[in-house]
Design a protein. Structure first.
Length: 251
């Protein structure tokens, strides 16, 4: 075999190897994109009676996972709008907004005879966003602020974490692989956040000296986010970078 033929075969082999590698990379990239769920926004605004503004994420498509995500996000929204214990929670956002306005009108009628001035409009702001997504888990950060004329608004926070294989909601104990050891990582971050508050670490410990379970836990692009709710309806937020948390995360 002469040198020219050897050269051609060597180049052909190299070209074939590069082609296979390129094809594999494209396939892996395509699979990764298929595993990521497309997210769009749902917006609702109504200021005719009370002020209602809603801006929440929704999963696109009709897969079982997308439907589970949208049901949970809708449930959070409807529960936030539900302030009248005398009626059932609606399972539709627009119906929930209408019920919220009805509650305002009923309350206004009860107070009209005793009011010296006009009752201020009630306000509700509900927001949510995709906070993190990989091939195993998808997380949404949700919040609602409701002002019904009290001293301070009522604030709710929640993380909705979904196992993408099952669609199941994931709580703190589902996300952390070794709770006892992880608390040694969490505690200094919590202490740091408490330095700027009137609370102490003992306020966040159980009778046996272990840390209480955070009220809300979820993923963000920067790391694991944990919220503790205080007695005054405030929140203490701890952000633990993935470089510190990864060894303790199930997902």
């Amino acid at each position: 075999m002469n040198k020219q033929i050897c050269y051609m075969l060597t180049n052909a082999s190299s070209w074939l190897k590069n082609s296979i590698i390129t094809a594999l990379l494209l396939t892996l990239n395509s699979c990764e994109k298929e595993r990521l769920i497309a997210i769009s926004n749902y917006e609702y605004a109504n200021g005719e009676i009370s002020v209602i503004e809603i801006n929440i994420p929704q999963a696109e498509g009709q897969t079982e996972l997308a439907n589970k995500i949208n049901r949970k996000i809708k449930a959070f929204t409807c529960n936030a709008l539900h302030i009248d214990a005398g009626v059932n929670v609606k399972n539709d956002i627009e119906a929930s907004a209408k019920a919220f306005n009805t509650s305002y009108n009923n309350f206004k009628k009860l107070l009209d005879e005793n009011l010296l001035g006009e009752l201020p409009n009630w306000e509700v702001f509900i927001d949510g966003e995709l906070s993190y997504q990989n091939e195993l888990i998808i997380s949404f950060a949700m919040s609602s602020i409701i002002n019904t004329g009290g001293i301070k608004p009522i604030t709710q926070l929640s993380f909705l974490n979904f196992d993408k294989a099952t669609g199941n909601i994931l709580q703190y104990d589902d996300l952390i692989s070794n709770r006892d050891t992880f608390e040694n990582i969490l505690e200094p971050y919590l202490i740091k956040e408490l330095n700027s508050s009137s609370l102490s670490l003992s306020d966040f410990k159980n009778n046996n000296g272990t840390l209480k379970t955070p009220d809300h836990t979820g993923y963000s692009e920067s790391g694991l986010v944990l919220f503790y709710q205080t007695p005054k309806n405030n929140f203490i937020e701890c952000l633990i970078p993935f470089t510190k948390a990864n060894d303790y995360l199930v997902y």
